[in-house]
Design a protein around this ligand. Structure first.
Ligand SMILES: N[C@@H](CCC(=O)N[C@@H](CS)C(=O)NCC(=O)O)C(=O)O
Length: 234
């Protein structure tokens, strides 16, 4: 039986199954990357619902796992060398799980770097920009009279959708025939922009039919369907 008691976060979220990978998350576009990946892999894991509206990521216990105070984060009791591995940042977690399982990240070096390039594109551009559209269009920023910040992020998000559209116009998945962690990282963000933020018209989503077809293909995967709702909101 794995002993995770050295990790203070286990006092806030006690594990029932310490031998399983521990996932601390919510079904947000960053959180679902990891639940989708774990569902795709069929790895046993235990999920802990972290309520960000109650500041549960800002406790000393959670901050000891992620000093950046964000979900998702994991502890893998069976990390490198058989030792527990704590990890935060969804992109790093996807790469870790891909390498641990040998799936969803090509082994050919050039294709591997190309995949990582698109994962970083999501992490550095799509996520932060779409997130700002959410703030200025749906959340607190929507009440701001000055629409210039919103318009700036909408224009940048539209431009980024154009980059994705170009990539997908002759490909089924971001890496071509193979579904990879680049798709897993990106699907939830595009879906969220259009559905949850309701920003489809604002960004002109109808102008990106290859992105829309790719999103439909992704969401049709059973593991994606499950992962999008893990952990359940209530
Ligand atoms: N770059 C981080 C971003 C994580 C992130 O922004 N998480 C949000 C939810 S999607 C969060 O935990 N927010 C809580 C807060 O800031 O209080 C990642 O990809 O893991």
């Amino acid at each position: 039986m794995a002993d995770l008691s050295a990790f203070p976060v286990t006092r806030q979220f006690p594990p029932q199954h310490p031998d399983r990978l521990q996932l601390y998350s919510l079904p947000t576009p960053n959180g679902v990357k990891v639940s989708i990946m774990l569902e795709e892999l069929g790895l046993p894991y235990e999920v802990h619902r972290v309520d960000i509206s109650k500041d549960e990521t800002w406790t000393p216990e959670f901050l000891s796992l992620n000093p950046n105070g964000k979900i998702p984060a994991i502890i893998d009791p069976d990390g490198p060398g058989g030792k527990p591995l704590p990890l935060f940042e969804s992109g790093a977690i996807l790469v870790y799980l891909a390498e641990k399982s040998g799936r969803f990240l090509p082994t050919d070096p050039a294709a591997r770097y190309e995949t990582l390039q698109w994962v970083f594109f999501q992490m550095a551009a799509i996520g932060p920009m779409f997130g700002q559209v959410g703030f200025f269009h749906k959340y607190a920023g929507s009440a701001f009279e000055d629409k210039r910040p919103r318009d700036r992020y909408v224009a940048e998000s539209r431009r980024l959708l154009g980059v994705l559209e170009g990539r997908l116009k002759d490909r089924q998945w971001i890496m071509g025939d193979d579904y990879t962690i680049a798709d897993i990282a990106t699907l939830g963000w595009v879906r969220n922009l259009v559905e949850h933020y309701g920003a489809g018209d604002l960004v002109g989503y109808a102008d990106f039919p290859h992105v829309a077809a790719w999103l439909e293909r992704g969401v049709a995967r059973p593991a994606v369907q499950r992962g999008l709702n893990i952990p359940p909101l209530s």
